[in-house]
Design a protein. Structure first.
Lengths: 102, 102
């Protein structure tokens, strides 16, 4: 199993972020070829040794790391990545990860 | 659905981190009462607007935010939290999150 994980930093305007994220970005990201599931987590952060907290964590599941690479290289992937500039100004980390249950 | 999300920052000694994490911390965290599933993601980070990348993302699923609170307040939760000091010196963010599929 492989996941594309997006960790969004705390935005200055959380309500505006949420509106854009769920109304515009999620529908765009859901066009990614090979996407198997899409999960969003939001909550309270208890930070240890970090200055800026995560605000929202999105997990997009694909069959493999190769499938994530293909998705990102597709026109839909390029459009989804370009859309980050429209709302993720506080910063976002994207991780292409091997995921396993422990 | 609720998840306890731990975002570990890049450690100075990644191999040492991995050994401790999988041999010691995971077995301890798996004693948390109410834990439904435990998923670990590791991969390459592409950062935008952040200085320090995530290294490992752990997702621990519980039935509710209340169940996470009870787990953390339990003796097992206290032992698991105390264990972070043994290996997460690069920093970790813990998020108690409402999680949903989109």
């Amino acid at each position: 199993m492989a996941k594309l994980i997006a960790i969004y930093k705390q935005p200055a305007d959380a309500a505006g972020f949420d509106t854009y994220y769920f109304d515009k970005h999620v529908p765009l990201a859901k066009t990614l070829p090979g996407l198997r599931s899409y999960e969003v987590s939001q909550g309270d952060v208890m930070g240890m040794g970090v200055k800026h907290g995560a605000y929202l964590v999105a997990l997009l599941e694909f069959d493999s790391l190769a499938a994530i690479g293909e998705a990102l290289a597709s026109p839909q992937g390029q459009a989804t990545a370009a859309d980050l500039a429209n709302f993720a100004s506080a910063g976002v980390e994207l991780m292409m990860a091997d995921t396993r249950r422990v």
